[in-house]
Design a protein around this ligand. Structure first.
Ligand code: NDP
Length: 246
């Protein structure tokens, strides 16, 4: 049987790499989306050296045309996408008082417009297959809000609304749509925060450690599985107990 195709945006990043590898281990043909070509081919070689044959495809996730083109290339080379992981994301922090329109738009379009762009590109193929899994990587800060991140908190919270609405549109078509909200995960995004602040963040995490990218990747594999068909429109928080809610 042909392998199901999984497209992971931001696949060459910290959490993205773990997601790509875990999905490959689970038997998917994985394609990592990237926007930085300098990083991507070296990344692909690294994966190959570690025994992972992972495809790569360029798309600026903020740009509908670019995403559509990437989807078409992936479909031509590997087949229609069955699993879409919306993982690409950026932060441009600042208190609202000083936030520029550029900071606002960059974050909203990379974290949220992207989800529309990729889901729109994949949906026809998923409807045709009568099968699909869309997993959106949101954030604890989209659940509780975070000072200095009105842009990021708004975009990540928007992913929940998108997830709940699309889940209802696709529920009868074999397509599930879910969100994962990671807490603080030890990737470059977090490690570039000043050490003193990082230590104070760690102190607020009840399990006493930052998450590892694999903590998130395991949930993606679970939600991507055929056996998870009864879970849709859900949000799974994975934050070491930092934000506990019903
Ligand atoms: P990284 O910075 O390591 O990875 C982010 C990825 O997004 C990069 O691979 C980058 O690709 C991609 N990306 C950025 N802009 C674009 C764009 N315009 N078009 C296409 N791709 C783009 O971050 P993480 O691995 O830490 O984060 C992954 C996801 O998890 C993000 O959505 C983040 O918000 C979320 N998250 C992370 C947490 C953490 O603690 N690390 C906590 C909660 C949520 P390229 O380099 O090719 O541009």
């Amino acid at each position: 049987m042909q392998k199901r195709v999984a497209w992971v945006t931001g696949g060459t990043g910290g959490i993205g790499t773990a997601i790509c590898r875990s999905l490959a281990d689970a038997g998917y043909q994985v394609v990592a989306g990237y926007s930085n070509p300098e990083k991507a081919s070296a990344w692909q070689q690294e994966q190959k050296a570690a025994g992972y044959e992972i495809g790569i495809s360029y798309a600026d996730v903020t740009d509908f045309e670019s995403v559509t083109k990437s989807y078409q290339e992936i479909q031509q080379q590997f087949g229609p996408v069955s699993v879409l992981v919306n993982n690409a994301g950026i932060t441009r922090d600042g208190m609202l008082k000083k936030m520029t329109p550029e900071q606002w738009h960059a974050v909203v379009s990379t974290n949220l417009d992207s989800v529309f762009n990729t889901s729109r590109a994949c949906l026809d193929g998923m409807l045709e297959q009568q099968y699909g899994r869309i997993v959106n990587i949101s954030s604890i800060n989209g659940e509780k809000g975070q000072m200095g991140q009105t842009n990021y908190s708004a975009a990540k919270a928007g992913m929940h609304g998108f997830t709940m609405a699309l889940a209802q549109e696709t529920a009868r078509k074999g397509i599930t749509v879910n969100t994962i909200s990671p807490g603080y995960i030890a990737t470059d995004m977090i490690m570039k925060i000043e050490e003193k602040i990082r230590d104070s963040i760690r102190a607020q995490i009840p399990v006493g450690r930052f998450g590892e990218p694999e903590d998130i990747a395991r949930i993606v594999v679970f939600l991507a599985d055929e056996a998870s068909s009864f879970i849709t429109g859900a949000n799974i928080s994975a934050n070491g107990g930092q934000f506990i809610h019903a």
